[in-house]
Design a protein around this ligand. Structure first.
Ligand code: SF4
Length: 89
């Protein structure tokens, strides 16, 4: 399996992560509908549509909060590069 957002950003909100008790486990970790999307675990490589700026409602990702647009995020660009023509936006 390829790197998921919590492994790239070290947010600590994965299952058992150091910030998961205070901030809760992130939806991108637990939301199963996108499991395998962009070769990630659950929504770990599709976080921009589950926790980020491409979802409806407020962004819940704690990584780089001032960044309003996930399409400028290092992780988004990293996944886009890795998946290339198979990238799912
Ligand atoms: S979407 Fe953000 S807060 Fe959620 S697991 Fe990924 S990096 Fe962490």
């Amino acid at each position: 399996m390829k790197r998921n957002c919590w492994e790239f950003n070290h947010c600590g909100r994965e299952l058992g992560g150091e910030k998961s008790k205070n901030l809760g486990v992130c939806d991108s970790v637990t939301f199963t509908a996108f499991n395998g999307t962009n070769c990630g675990f659950n929504s770990g490589r599709y976080c921009w549509s589950v926790s980020g700026s491409l979802k409806d409602g407020p962004k819940t990702c704690v990584h780089n909060p001032p960044l309003e647009d996930c399409t400028q995020c290092d992780f988004y660009l990293f996944v886009k590069r890795e998946e290339n023509v198979d990238f799912i936006n």
